[in-house]
Design a protein around this ligand. Structure first.
Ligand code: G3P
Length: 251
């Protein structure tokens, strides 16, 4: 990071180590949702957590993560469940060995930060999760930091403000850590995290579907098709050479 800053100072160019487009991750461990999301072309990665994995019921965790990685080319997060650094390191190394796109997820505790530092030094990418204050995010030193929006809103605090604060702080420096906004409950959360400049928004499948849907789109399409059916007949066009003939669609 210091090298990047020095280079920036020398050349006068800004150092942007991040992607130039916001990424959408699905926050799910459900293979059907992942398949469907991938088919929409909107899924850049997957986040899972122990609660989401438990919902799938009676699965082998590592096999399940491998199955997700077969469906998605981007980052797939797998969360450790140990509370102590040693256990996190053991789990983290095992999960990282599944495929190169696995990102190990560690909680934002002192043990979690120790594990993050060690795993990162071994070349294993880590996402620090359960972040609820800018102070916690300050020097996490991971590949991703995950502020939880909805859970702060639930207790009467402003989850989006947390995302804005973290992005502002990181933008003051040459951080490589990407801000991955989590605990997203509705499309407004996605729009506002994009406006704040978060690198990634991870969302439930339902929210991804809601992003696309608008009642006026459906209403407008119904109207277009109703008008079309009233007065336009469509026969197959045969042997039309677009270079020679101009087809007047009003004929
Ligand atoms: O995966 C972590 C986070 O997105 C959980 O969201 O809705 O359970 O607060 P939620």
């Amino acid at each position: 990071m210091i090298a990047a800053a020095e280079q920036s100072a020398k050349t006068g160019e800004s150092v942007n180590t991040k992607e130039s487009l916001m990424k959408f991750f699905l926050d799910t461990a459900n293979l059907n949702e992942i398949r469907e999301g991938v088919s929409l072309g909107l899924v850049d990665g997957i986040t899972t957590n122990p609660s989401l994995v438990a919902k799938e019921g009676g699965i082998d965790f590592k096999q399940h993560v491998a199955a997700i990685c077969e469906l998605v080319a981007g980052d797939v997060s797998a969360e450790v469940t140990s509370l102590e650094t040693e256990g996190m390191l053991r789990e983290g190394r095992e999960y990282a060995a599944i495929t190169p796109n696995v990102v190990v997820k560690c909680p934002l505790t002192t043990d979690g930060l120790r594990a993050t530092r060690q795993l990162t030094s071994e070349g294993i990418r880590v996402k620090v999760t359960l972040c609820f204050s800018p102070a916690q995010a300050a020097k996490a030193g991971a590949a991703y930091i995950s502020p939880f929006i909805g859970r702060l809103d639930d207790i009467g605090q402003n989850g989006l403000e947390l995302v804005r604060d973290i992005v502002e702080i990181y933008n003051n420096y040459t951080w490589k850590t990407e801000v991955l906004a989590a605990s997203i409950r509705h499309p407004i959360h996605v729009i506002e995290t994009a406006r704040a400049g978060a690198d990634v928004a991870t969302m439930p499948f339902k929210v991804m579907q809601q992003l696309i849907k608008h009642p006026l789109t459906d209403k407008g399409l119904d109207q277009f098709l109703a008008d079309w059916r009233k007065s336009v007949s469509s026969k197959p066009v045969q042997n039309v050479n677009p270079l020679k003939e101009v087809v007047n669609v009003r004929q």
